[in-house]
Every structure is written in C-alpha cells, then in structure tokens.
Write a protein that binds this ligand. Structure first.
Ligand code: MCA
Ligand code: AMP
Length: 502
C-alpha cells in the first residue's frame, strides 16, 4: 500500500536504532521506537472512529507524542490540523466549526473548556499532555504496528490556518506531494544528514517548526533536540552539541543580545537558518562578526511551503532571501495587470511549483482570487529579482504585521475593537519592535469622552490570543484617510512615536 508522505518520512526508519527525538524531560526516543509509538496512536485514533480524510485538530503541548500524533495522522490518511496553543476558546471555536474535525486533541488543562464545543460539533475530544492524557493512555495498550492507509500525491495531509486580510482565517490545504517535494528539496539544499543534531525551539503548529524543521530532519535521519520553547540559556547550553538551528529573526537578535553567546559556543554548528519574518541586514552582519557564521535566510509561506533560499555553498547576501528553490518558479508581476516584470523592477511575488497548496478549505472564491488558473499563487509580498535571479522582499501588499514570526492581520483585531461599545472606529498597524521585529498598535476613535482602556484590553483579551493584542493604544479624534476614504496606515505609522500612547 502506498502512502506517499509516510513512505518517505517515516517508513525508512522502521528499524532505525538512531536517536530521533531528544526531549526536554531528558527522555529520548530512537527512530524505531517513535515509529511504534505513532502506530499505537494511529490505532487509538481509529478506535474513536477517525477515517481517511477526517480532520484531526490538535492544540497540544510540544512533546514527542505530539510529533507521533502527526505521523499517525499521516499514516491513517487523515488530515493534520495543528493550532497555536495561545488561541482563545473563541478562536478555536472558529477553526472547529470551519474544519469540522472528527477528533480534537487538546492539552488536559483545556479539556473542560473545550468539551461543550466538541459536543456541539460531535467531535471526540481526547487529551495529550506532558505526562499523560486520554489519547496517550489509550495508545499505551495498542499494537506497535499499523498498516499505512493508501494515499496518493494529491491526498490532503494537512490543513493549516492562516489569517486573512478579510479578518477570517483560511485553511490552506496541503497535499502529500506539497509537503514531500519541499522537504526533499530543502534536505538536499541544506545538506541535512544523519550526522545532524537540530536544535528545535520553534512551535510545531506552523510550517516552519512542523514541516521545514521536522520533515527535513526525518528525511535525513537527523536527531532533533526538541525544546519546548526558545529559552536563551537552554539554547546556549545545547549549541556546543548541535549542528543546525532553525529560527525566526527574534532568535538571532536575542542570541546577539546575550553576553554569553560567543564564537566558541557555535564552533560545532554548521547551519543557522532564519525565516518567517525579515532578518535585518544588520543582524546578519553582526552575527557573522560575532560567530563567523552567515545566517542562511530563506522565504516561505503557509500556502506554498518554502519558496526561495540563500545558497548553502554560495554567497549568502544580507537582506535578500536567495534563489527560487529547485522546482519552483518565481514571477514578479505588475499587481494591476498581472504582467511579468523584468529583473530590477519591484512587483508582486507569485510562485508556482509542486509545493504550492491546493486552495483554501471551503473558500473557492478566496482560492480563485489568490491562486491563478495557470498555477501561480499571488503571495501578497512585494519583491524584486536581480539579474542573477536573487530575490529581495521589499514590502507587502497585504495588510499584515509579523511579530516574532507570528502573522497578525489588523482586520481581525479591528473587527473585535469596532464591536466594543464606546469605540467608533479603529485602525491597527505595526511599528518597529527591537525584540519581535514589529509590534501591534491600535489607533482608536472613541464615541464617548471617557473610554475605559482597561475594559477594552479585557475584552480584547477574552477574544484574541495574547500575541495579537495591541501593545499600545493611541486615542484619536479621526483616522487619517485618503481621497478615496481609505485609512492611511502609513500616515499612522509615520506619526506614531509612542507619545500618543494611552
Ligand atoms: C510570545 N509573545 C508574543 C510573541 N510570542 N508577543 C508578540 N509576538 C510574539 N511572537 C508574548 C506572550 O503572549 C507573553 O505575553 C510574552 O510574549 C512572553 O511569552 P513567551 O511564550 O515567554 O514568549 P517567548 O518564548 O519569548 O516567544 C517569543 C518567540 C515565539 C520565541 C519569538 O513567539 C516564537 O517561537 N515565535 C516563532 C513563531 C513561528 O514559528 N512562526 C513561523 C510561522 P505576556 O507576558 O504579556 O503574557 S510559519 C511562517 O511564517 C512561514 C511559513 C515561514 O516562512 O516560516
Ligand atoms: P505565514 O502566512 O505565516 O506562512 O507567513 C508568510 C509570510 O511571512 C510571507 O508572506 C512573508 O510576508 C513572511 N516571510 C516569510 N519568510 C520571510 C523572510 N525571510 N523575509 C521576509 N518575510 C518573510
């Protein structure tokens, strides 16, 4: 039986005694044992009725069992749907209602809160914790082998939600082929091998930590040092025993800010990768001066997986995201006409290749807007190619804030603010932030003279994950608008100096 992704990522390790997951609790899991654990979890999912094509929604801590749950879902032909642990009940409710999973797997501490939602959707609610959970207990007694379910290249493997400019999150449908082709290309390009030990400090509910880091390590047979989160001291302790780190720019600015981060600590490392947000050229240069390593910056999206990468062997240029990956076409177009622009001209970045998703779950109109019939996906990023084919990102046509590698769509926050009594209208924008790259500011036009901002914060807190909540509020009499009536966020950004903070 063929299961495209399982056969390439997991099956080769059936009898591999090498260490795969080296976790925070000092537990370690060889590849062969991991494969057995995934099989047990697959049996436990089948027992609660999960069928091929079903969505398995997961909002669980970062543990080896969570990674095994991903493998199990792929193995039984179901669709893995991971969610940020920071999402509130309100946010999770949207994803559940949209994706209609047959099973929801949550942290035991959220079981009580999620029970009514699971009941409403007739989904089975299972728990997965650091120590134990109902899924783990059920899996413990199951057989340690499971026959993979047939899945071709176009079968869906994952549904990853990405926020949208309309305020509604969209589920990007990713197939076995999409995930596998990208992982194969990256493994080869970055020369990942069984000798690598990857420092894994990213969350595993996004493309970067889940697919880029884990899938490439799996293909290579590398060891993954699975750390619950990015902790500067823990990272520094691990660097001398590791070879690869994949992170967002905040990882690198934090390392540089640490007096204990020295060249000696990095002497065993062969690769530092950065992505998910722009890496400042200054960070690239300072990192090189401190360590002798040039951070390899690459560019990607949830919908497309990775698109470009600086070379492994060739010149890594600060402030650029490198060349289109093998099998990837990057086209720079005029955003009005869609016509291709020559090298040197700034335009809309479009991308085509085996790694580009199939469209948005239940949103054919949105899919048609962003995925052209000729297969090119309109990224919403603005860029320029040089004569050599090297891409630089110069901005975004989409209204998006990237904070610490998390995408935040202003519209989603504005919608929540505008619902609050006493707020006439609002505009949310990003301002530079030394740690997160950008942070969220909300300009508010109150409809009452004594708007209680503490109350506003409290109401926002009930609805939106912490990382999306505005760090500052600026009260204004009116929002700046152009002649078309459109709010001018560039004016807001330029005029914001923190002084107007309420
Ligand atoms: C945490 N907080 C944040 C963020 N993270 N606030 C704004 N932006 C953030 N990114 C808040 C928490 O709510 C908390 O607030 C306080 O900061 C401390 O929380 P803590 O968990 O301790 O934060 P941290 O460990 O310092 O986390 C910062 C981080 C983390 C390491 C930058 O956010 C992170 O791992 N980011 C990576 C995101 C990622 O994987 N992106 C890839 C997306 P309070 O104290 O007030 O309660 S995939 C993608 O973009 C594409 C495909 C691509 O190209 O990769
Ligand atoms: P997401 O929707 O979370 O997949 O985020 C994708 C977005 O992150 C892209 O459209 C870019 O705007 C941004 N991004 C990813 N990598 C980079 C990078 N190396 N430089 C600048 N922006 C990036």
């Amino acid at each position: 039986m063929t299961n495209v992704l399982y056969d390439a990522l997991f099956l080769p390790h059936k009898n591999n005694p090498s260490l795969f997951l080296d976790s925070d609790d000092a537990s370690s899991l060889p590849y062969a044992d991991f494969i057995k654990r995934a099989a047990q979890i697959a049996h436990a999912l089948v027992d609660v009725g999960v069928l091929p094509g079903d969505r398995v929604l997961v909002q669980a801590p970062k543990t080896s069992d969570t990674v095994a749950l991903y493998a199990a879902t792929v193995q039984l032909g179901a669709i893995y749907l991971p969610l940020n642990n920071a999402y509130t009940l309100e946010e999770v409710s949207y994803f559940v209602r949209d994706a209609q999973p047959s099973v929801m797997v949550c942290d035991p501490k959220n079981q009580h809160e999620l029970t009514p939602l699971a009941k409403e959707q007739r989904a089975t609610l299972l728990t997965l914790g650091h120590e134990e959970g109902t899924l783990q207990t059920a899996a413990n007694t199951k057989p340690r082998a499971f026959e993979p379910v047939e899945c071709g290249p176009d079968s869906l493997a994952a549904l990853l939600y990405t926020s949208g400019t309309t305020g509604r999150s969209k589920g990007a449908m990713l197939t076995h082929k999409n995930l596998l082709s990208n992982a194969q290309v990256l493994t080869q390009l970055w020369q990942m091998s069984e000798h690598d030990r990857l420092l894994h400090a990213l969350p595993i509910f996004h493309t970067h930590g889940l697919f880029v880091a884990l899938n490439t390590s799996l293909i290579a047979g590398a060891t993954v040092r699975l750390m619950e989160k990015f902790d500067i001291d823990a990272i520094q302790n691990e660097l001398p025993q590791s070879t690869v780190l994949m992170g967002v720019p905040t990882f690198y600015t934090r390392l540089l800010a640490s007096p204990g981060f020295t060249k000696t600590l990095t002497s065993n490392m062969r690769l530092f990768v950065s992505g998910s947000a722009p890496l400042l050229a200054d960070t690239h240069v300072t990192f090189y001066e401190r360590t002798g390593h040039r951070i390899l910056e690459r560019y990607g999206m949830t919908e497309t997986n990775m698109i470009t990468s600086n070379p492994y062997d060739g010149k890594r240029v600060a402030g650029t995201v490198g060349y289109a990956l093998p099998g990837t076409e990057v086209n720079i177009t005029n955003s009005e006409t869609g016509n291709t622009l020559p090298a040197g001209e700034i335009g809309s970045i479009e991308v085509r290749g085996d790694h580009v998703f199939q469209g948005y779950w239940n949103m054919p109109e949105k899919t048609a807007e962003e995925l052209r019939e000729n297969g090119f996906f309109i990224t919403g990023d603005l860029g320029v190619l040089d004569s050599d084919g090297r891409l630089s990102i110069v901005g975004r046509s989409k209204d998006l804030i990237i904070s610490g590698g998390y995408n935040i769509y202003p519209k989603e926050i504005e919608d929540v603010l505008n619902e609050i009594e006493g707020i006439n209208e609002s505009a949310v924008f990003g301002v530079p932030h030394s740690d997160f790259g950008e942070s969220v500011v909300a300009a508010i036009v109150p409809s009452v003279p004594d708007l209680d901002l503490d109350k506003v914060r409290e109401m926002i807190g009930q609805k939106l994950a912490r990382f999306k909540q505005p760090q500052h509020y600026a009260l204004m009499e009116a929002l700046p608008r152009n002649t078309m009536g459109k709010v001018q966020k560039t004016v807001l950004r330029a005029g914001y100096d923190g002084a107007a903070e309420a």
